[in-house]
Design a protein around this ligand. Structure first.
Ligand code: IMP
Length: 218
């Protein structure tokens, strides 16, 4: 359910419930945590029996739009999709939009993290190994309009992986200005959403801040 004001996007507000166009439980949890701050519920696409469209885009934004619009069309409700990934500077930005694919069908992130280390070592990449996470959030409205917001966080890769919190590549990513990896942080610390409106920490929370300024209210 969405309450929309008059006119184009400026008057739109999200409230009630939204579809989270993801089958990734780690991502769904983070989207629910972020929207929950504004008392908006997110129901996962999997719970609604929606299919996952193939991610054929070349950019994070392309893929986020593709997923959000497919879910909004199928559900007839507003849908929010995140397309995100880890970009390693010395690997030319890989795994990037292929971050999920590097873990394979079995979602073997230990293997994907080991592959990153192996490729960096065999390339003789000098340390520190710089990397960043990107999140593109696409919000597709039932009337066909879609809004996109991007967030990025920079940091260094650490091996061996540290911490068992979070998901995906969290245990090897240490954001700049912090001594702990995302995998060692509690959820609120990883989001790092300050109450004074200054910059959040994670890529997803940074993209979410932009979305919240436009479409959410306390
Ligand atoms: P996709 O957006 O569904 O294509 O998948 C993105 C993939 O990037 C996830 O499966 C994770 O492997 C990785 N990723 C995205 N965001 C994060 C994060 O916040 N922490 C750790 N890994 C992430």
């Amino acid at each position: 359910m969405i309450s929309e004001g008059q006119g184009p996007s400026a008057g739109r507000r999200l409230s009630g419930r939204i579809v989270a166009a993801t089958h990734n439980v780690g991502k769904l949890r983070e989207i629910q945590e972020l929207l929950g701050l504004y008392r908006v519920d997110a129901i996962g696409a999997g719970c609604l029996g929606l299919n996952e469209p193939e991610e054929t885009g070349f950019t994070f934004s392309d893929n986020a739009v593709l997923k959000a619009e497919a879910a909004a069309r199928a559900a007839g409700e507003a849908a929010l999709a995140d397309d995100s990934g880890l970009c390693v500077a010395a690997l030319g930005g890989a795994p990037g939009v292929h971050s999920a694919r590097w873990a394979g069908e079995a979602r073997d992130f230990a293997g994907a993290m080991a592959r990153i280390e192996e490729e960096l070592l065999s390339a003789g990449a000098p340390r520190p190994w710089r990397a960043h996470f990107i999140s593109a959030l696409a919000l597709a409205w039932p009337d066909g309009r879609t809004d996109v917001f991007e967030g990025r966080v920079d940091g260094e890769l650490v091996f061996p992986p540290r911490g068992s919190r979070g998901f995906g590549y969290d245990p090897i990513f240490r954001p700049d200005g912090h001594s702990r990896t995302f995998g060692e942080m509690f959820a609120e610390e990883k989001h790092g959403l300050p109450s004074d409106g200054s910059l959040a920490l994670s890529h997803r929370a940074r993209a979410f801040q932009k979305l919240a300024r436009r479409f959410l209210q306390f």
